[in-house]
Structures are given as structure tokens and as C-alpha cells.
Design a protein around this ligand. Structure first.
Ligand SMILES: Nc1ncnc2c1ncn2[C@@H]1O[C@H](COP(=O)(O)OP(=O)(O)OP(=O)(O)O)[C@@H](O)[C@H]1O
Length: 251
């Protein structure tokens, strides 16, 4: 039964000086799915996310990845296991070109983190792969630019490319479309869809259109607890969700 579940939490709880930000959350993320964590401001989404990526230690509860208890591990350890958080671990170097940025990520994945002086063959292999990753996120024609020269939306696309270069089994995306205009949102949503083909994605996302379009499963949090779970139709018809969340600014 449990072989379909890649990431699970049991009774995940985080207290800050007596305030319970995440309260007994049980999650089951299915392998190969896109799973969204949504909820109104202050619901505990970011805290929950930080617990999953080990940026915070839980007060109580357990996190399991691929059947292994990862509750006590450090962020770098879980990245090694194939659970990678985008936009954090995959830092972008502002003064390297896009191609160099992706190449560094590819080299990191290979192990020897900064072995730039490998044989020409290996380097050109990395270059080819870097270009194809850039093509995948619509940045091929900008490969010679430095990251700092990119507009915001395209920078997020680059971050996604550097994350995919690490070839994670599961990707955690923290508000992937935050601060973007329509065009960038559509592009990043399409990207998330395409990178989800062979992997699992868990994302915190505020944009409900993106959530509705992409997610197989949605968990709604309010006040640190799971209020509802299911596909978009199920959760958007849930009376308490309507009241707590959907009613606000969404038809
Ligand atoms: N380090 C902290 N110390 C004390 N309280 C905190 C801390 N981090 C978060 N909180 C509180 O925990 C609650 C949940 O916050 P969290 O940021 O997880 O919510 P969220 O759902 O991500 O909200 P938003 O959508 O606004 O980002 C909030 O009331 C917040 O004030």
C-alpha cells in the first residue's frame, strides 16, 4: 500500500514559543504526482515547507521519504537523497552566464563540486546537457548572458533549470510564480508540468489558477491544520474551504 507514497508526514507539529504554527499535519504525497499546499495567510504553509526541507526542526512528528525516516536529517542530507528544494539549494550565481550556472549544477550533481578542470570531453558533455536544459526552460537564446541580466520571471526559470540539473526525484517549490506577471506565470506553470513528467512535485502556491491547472492533489491548511484534501474540484466544493479560503477573491 505504502509503495505509492514518496513523502509522508505524521503528526507534524511546530510550536514557536507556545504558538502552534503547524499542528498535527499528516500528509501523503503520491509518487509522480503534483501536490499543492494552499491556505490563507498565516495558515502554516511556509512553516510546513520549512519542516519538510529541514530548514526547521519539528517540535513533534515524523517525516518519511521513500520509506526512510528523515526527521533528524540536515537539508544537505535530504538533497542527497533526492528531495530538493528549488530556489534555495539551487542558488544562482549572478555573474556567471546561464550556461555556466547550469553547468555548475550539473557538476555538483556529478559529485566533485568544483572540478572545472576536467577533460575537454566531459566539459563539452556538460555544455551540451546545459544547453538542452536551458532550451527546456526557454532560455537557450540567452545562454551567454549573465544571470544578473535576466528579468525576474526568467531568473526563476533559470533556477528551475539548475534544480532540474541536479535530477532530483522529488522537487519542492516554494511559491514558484510569486511576483510574476501573466506571461511568466504561464511559462513557469508549463515548465512545472513538463519537469513533473518523471518526478514528484510538492509546491506551496498562492495562485489558484496555477494550482487548479497543475495539481493532482491539494492539501488545504488553516491555522496549522489540514482542513481538506483532494483534487481541485473536491477541495473547492468543500464548504469550510469556501468559507476559509476560496470565498476570498476567487470565483
Ligand atoms: N519563527 C517564527 N516565530 C514565531 N512565529 C512564527 C514564526 N514563523 C512563523 N510564525 C507564525 O506561524 C504562523 C504560520 O506562518 P507561515 O508563514 O507558515 O504561514 P503561511 O501559510 O506560509 O502564510 P503566508 O501565506 O502569509 O506566507 C503565522 O502566524 C506566523 O506568524
Amino acid at each position: 500500500m505504502s509503495e505509492d507514497i514518496i513523502l509522508a508526514t505524521d503528526d507534524l507539529t511546530k510550536e514557536f514559543a507556545g504558538f502552534v504554527a503547524v499542528n498535527g499535519v499528516t500528509l501523503r504525497v503520491k509518487r509522480g504526482s503534483i501536490h499543492a499546499l494552499i491556505g490563507p495567510n498565516g495558515a502554516g504553509k511556509t512553516t510546513c515547507f520549512n519542516l519538510l526541507t529541514k530548514f526547521l526542526q519539528p517540535t513533534r512528528g515524523k517525516i518519511t521519504f521513500n520509506g526512510n525516516d528523515i526527521t533528524g536529517l540536515a537539508p544537505a542530507d535530504i538533497a542527497q537523497l533526492g528531495l530538493v528544494r528549488s530556489f534555495q539549494i539551487s542558488a544562482v550565481f549572478p555573474h556567471l552566464t546561464l550556461r555556466e550556472n547550469v553547468r555548475v549544477a550539473l557538476q555538483r550533481k556529478r559529485g566533485g563540486s568544483f572540478d572545472f578542470w576536467r577533460s575537454k570531453n566531459v566539459l563539452s558533455e556538460f555544455d551540451d546537457r546545459a544547453m538542452s536544459l536551458l532550451e527546456g526552460v526557454g532560455l537557450k537564446q540567452y545562454s551567454h548572458l549573465t544571470a544578473v541580466e535576466l528579468p525576474y520571471g526568467r531568473k526563476r526559470a533559470l533556477e528551475l533549470a539548475t534544480t532540474i540539473a541536479l535530477d532530483p526525484e522529488m522537487l519542492l517549490l516554494d511559491e514558484p510564480t510569486a511576483g510574476m506577471g501573466h506571461e511568466d506565470i504561464d511559462r513557469v506553470a508549463a515548465l512545472i508540468k513538463s519537469v513533473s513528467a518523471n518526478r514528484t512535485v510538492l509546491m506551496v502556491e498562492h495562485n489558484l489558477n496555477v494550482v487548479a491547472t497543475l495539481s493532482d492533489t491539494i492539501t488545504v491548511l488553516t491555522r496549522g491544520r489540514v482542513l481538506a484534501e483532494g483534487d481541485y474540484k473536491t477541495v473547492s466544493n468543500h464548504p469550510e474551504v469556501k468559507e476559509a479560503y476560496m470565498g476570498v477573491g476567487h470565483a
